[in-house]
Design a protein. Sequence first.
Length: 337
Amino acid sequence: MRVLLIGFGPVGRAFAGLIEERRAMLRARYGLDLELAAIASSSAAWLRDPRAGSPGADALRGAASPAELVGRIEPWNGADALDSVDADVLVEATSGGGDSGEPAAGHVRAALSRRMHVVAASKGAFVWHYRELRDLARRSNVELRIGAATGAALPTIDTARYGLAGAEIERIEGILNGTSNYILTRMREGGTYADALRDAQGRGVAEADPRTDVEGTDTATKLVLLANALFDAGLTLADVPTTGITQLAPDDLARAVERGERIRLLGTLEGGTGAWRARVEPVPLGADHPLARVDGLEKGITYQTDTMARVTVIGGRSDPNGAAGALLRDIVNLASG
Ligand SMILES: NC(=O)c1ccc[n+]([C@@H]2O[C@H](COP(=O)([O-])OP(=O)(O)OC[C@H]3O[C@@H](n4cnc5c(N)ncnc54)[C@H](OP(=O)(O)O)[C@@H]3O)[C@@H](O)[C@H]2O)c1
């Protein structure tokens, strides 16, 4: 299985290093021969040149650009690479695509049209065009997997599709953003929102511009992706009333603790077939709620089902290595059928 990787930021680099170092293990354990064929950023592409040997996992993790790797180098972006590289699967790891889903949507459309499987970490394309891209994948008889975009190392979609197969999912609740959960945890331990944010930024947990995380947009985005991927709900971000954590005061968290509760930024999806509704807001959870104990950078998701009752998954690494692991998980699972 030849892989074309588009996007060589922290996630792309971690993924490239991971599959390069796991080649023997993947062959032995899954009979999967996974070869990184090419990597494209916005202005440079690397193509494997057997005569140059492998760049090696450390070089792939450490390079600032594909142009620094040993192999053939071309001045290509993602679209150019899709036109020129023969591959079986596209790994889409470009930046956000928040306003329109581009350039990821164009990459995914081109790959699916060429009958390549797609495994994505970027979210924008699927917020805007999920139904169209899913239908295109079906017509092309290939797989589209977005688990790395929908909680990454926390297996959200896979838990629902495989672990809860045959059950009716009645409600989903999720702590889907590690950064805001970290800030809430720090505030509970004492300190204002501003103190906790500064601490998170100092540790590289929050970005310089943290709005997507702390205003709830990232959580709302993941809820929309889940609703559309699992239930074909046809939701958009405009359908999700969203309140973040920026207005919370230390007193709010302290009072919740006195009541034996924990305040969490919760994404909720409920309503059932044809009537799915989503919302994001800080919610006090009682000690008996499984997500009340999700602290720090951890995430968690609870499914309320009819036949299997309440099922919760907690944890998973919230960083580029976790996202790379999720991309690999999706490839292994699609290759295994
Ligand atoms: N960090 C996480 O833990 C995590 C978890 C799950 C999902 N994600 C998602 O994974 C994606 C990648 O994350 P990241 O932190 O690695 O992103 P990033 O630092 O923004 O890197 C994005 C990469 O995309 C490239 N790119 C932009 N436009 C392109 C184009 N037209 N053709 C080819 N390449 C293009 C950029 O190239 P240049 O450098 O040349 O501009 C860069 O290499 C994001 O969508 C993110 O939301 C991240």
